[in-house]
Design a protein around this ligand. Sequence first.
Ligand code: G3P
Ligand code: MG
Length: 242
Amino acid sequence: MKVISHRGASGYAPENTLKAFELAARMGSRDFEFDVHRTRDGKLVVHHDYDLSHTAGAPARIADLDYAELSRLNAAAHFAADPSFQRVPLLEEVLEIAAPAADWINFEVKNDGDAYPGIEAELLAALKGRPGLFEKALVSSFDHGTLRRFRALSPDLGLGWLGHRLSEILLAPAVLKARAIGAASFHLALRIAFRPNVALLRKAGFAVRVYTVNLKKDALRMKEIGVDGIFSNYPDIMDKTE
Ligand code: G3P
Ligand code: MG
């Protein structure tokens, strides 16, 4: 079972910052996940939420800011253990760190309701612009229309179907829709990852990965029920002794 560093080593450093990715790479992560958004002036950036309320304590929305403005906000302000200044990084800066270290990179595109029209072609260009990156990339999204648009643009891009509600992953229509777009994997919330649905999805030919697994006992349980990977804020979770 793979351990995928979730938003970098975000249990030890502020999530989705260069510090978190540098640390994940230093800890030996070969599998990375992070979230992609776009600024008003068209820069792809890495951050979880659509706005900076949680990370910087500023309600500004990424889509309403130019990168010069966004980069003045402290994305580490929420991280009590080390709130020293960290920018929201450009996707390209994250890739400078993650791409050489990674076997596999999951780009989670936050694009609910097509919030960033045209982001699919832009990310695809970024994936193709760096030698070897496209082959180790997997794009996932909670917005399944986004996945469909990626597939229309690229017949061979790896796609992952994200679901946090049972109805999104358990019903036959979800499997049929995921199959129709040629998704390679299902990414399930921990609270809906059980042996029967994991087995069913694997039998249907999908890899199954589970988020977010931050306790060793849950990691061991996921391994036992046969999931392919866990997204964890602690890249060393399987080495922990508790
Ligand atoms: O991609 C897996 C996981 O990150 C999905 O949920 O909200 O942590 O981005 P979230
Ligand atoms: Mg994510």
